[in-house]
Ligand binder design. Structure first.
Ligand code: ZN
Length: 98
């Protein structure tokens, strides 16, 4: 049953944990991408996108993690929501010129 306190982006899984300390709002999805490995070879794999709140309050911080690598992460980046939004705007502007 949806929790009325969940933000719209929450997948309502982690915030239903039995232990209160384990509860956070989060959203997890996989985006198929092609990236280069350390030897500059193209690799097809998922980009893991994880959005998570620090607690269950609407006013809590929201963090955005981007992680590459299916079995073992080869790269990981966790940004504040504000930084993720700046990255989004920057990429939109930059990629719009290509
Ligand atoms: Zn939630």
């Amino acid at each position: 049953m949806p929790d009325a306190t969940c933000p719209s982006w929450c997948d309502q899984i982690q915030c239903q944990e039995p232990l209160e300390a384990d509860r956070v709002h989060q959203h997890l999805e996989l985006l198929p991408v092609i990236y280069r490995d350390a030897d500059m070879q193209p690799i097809a794999g998922p980009l893991i996108i994880l959005v998570v709140s620090t607690k269950l309050q609407v006013t809590d911080e929201v963090w955005v993690t981007l992680e590459l690598g299916e079995d073992q992460p080869v790269a990981s980046l966790t940004l504040s929501l504000e930084s993720a939004l700046r990255l989004q705007a920057h990429l939109t502007r930059l990629l719009g010129q290509l």
